[in-house]
Every structure is written in structure tokens, then in C-alpha cells.
Ligand binder design. Structure first.
Ligand code: THU
Length: 160
């Protein structure tokens, strides 16, 4: 038996203003996307912005439903639409922000595990690491690839 480790590293910034311009711009788009969230049940508004290999940006926000499992997180709204619009383009980065009562949260909004599992597949499709930028009013983290959030992920069902 051997104990094994997987380490993750990420960059932490004290404010959005410290981010390199492309990341700052993407996070700004995610913050703007929170305003189109439909979240009458949780009152938690999430915005996501996805940058494709060709530089285009697709945004999404959480869309809730009275039959709660029918709603969808901001990240999956944005990613699925991004793949629909640009089926041949890799996803380069995704930025995520949460807001409550019109104010950016002071805590970071990390993607839920179901959204990360979708990112695993996006990354596999694109063949390049997806950068995950999570922002809040107080700090920002940039995570270099999806494996850092889900070191062991379900992948394609192996052929028999
Ligand atoms: N939500 C997201 O949009 N993204 C996440 O990664 C976590 C949660 C949404 C789902 C629901 O509409 C609300 O936030 C509260 O859970």
C-alpha cells in the first residue's frame, strides 16, 4: 500500500483590478450576467462567462424552476450554449460570480460538482486546459485546469 497525493495550485488576487486584462474582462462579463438570472426561489444570482478559442464570449445565468431539479446553474447554461454556438471551438476559460440583492457576494462562488463534471467533458473536447476564474467582492482565484477542482472524474464508459 502506498499513500498518494494530488496537489492543486491556484492564483489568488486581492481584487479584480489585479487580474490580467483578459481575465478581468471575462469576470466583468460574468458579473453582468448575474443580472439576467432567474432565481425567485433561492434569491442567489449566478453569472458565468465562457471564452472560446476564437476569443468570443458566451454568457449564462442560473435559471430556476418551481419544479426545482428542472432549473439549471449559470455555468451549464453558458457552457451548453457555448458548445451549441461554437461546436468546433475549445473553451479557454470560464468566469463565475454570485450576487445577492444586486450586490456581488463577499464569498467566492465555486462551480457545483455537476457543473465541474460538465467542464471535464468541455476540457476533453477542446483538448486544452480550461481556466476557472471565481470572483467575489473581496478576492479572486484563478484555477489553471478542471482537474484541480475534480481530480478524479467520471469519464466515458469504456467499451466492452
Ligand atoms: N448555482 C449556480 O448557478 N451555479 C453554481 O455553481 C452553484 C449554484 C445556482 C443554482 C441555484 O439557482 C442557486 O445557485 C442556488 O443554489
Amino acid at each position: 500500500m502506498e499513500e498518494k497525493f494530488k496537489n492543486i495550485s491556484f492564483l489568488e488576487y486581492n481584487s479584480m483590478d489585479e487580474l490580467p486584462q483578459p481575465e478581468k474582462n471575462l469576470l466583468q462579463k460574468a458579473i453582468e450576467a448575474t443580472t439576467s438570472s432567474y432565481a425567485p426561489y433561492s434569491n442567489f444570482n449566478v453569472g458565468a462567462a465562457v471564452r472560446m478559442g476564437n476569443g468570443d464570449i458566451v454568457t449564462g445565468s442560473n435559471q430556476e424552476n418551481a419544479a426545482s431539479p428542472s432549473g439549471l446553474c449559470a455555468e451549464r447554461v453558458a457552457l451548453f450554449y457555448a458548445h451549441h454556438k461554437y461546436p468546433q471551438q475549445p473553451v479557454e476559460a470560464i468566469a463565475i460570480a454570485g450576487s445577492q440583492n444586486g450586490k456581488l457576494t463577499s464569498e467566492l462562488t465555486y462551480p457545483c460538482a455537476a457543473c465541474v463534471q460538465v467542464m471535464v467533458e468541455s476540457q476533453k473536447r477542446g483538448g486544452t486546459p480550461i481556466k476557472i476564474i471565481v470572483g467575489s467582492a473581496s478576492k479572486v482565484q484563478v484555477i489553471g485546469s478542471v482537474e484541480s477542482l475534480l481530480p478524479f472524474s467520471f469519464s466515458n464508459i469504456p467499451a466492452e
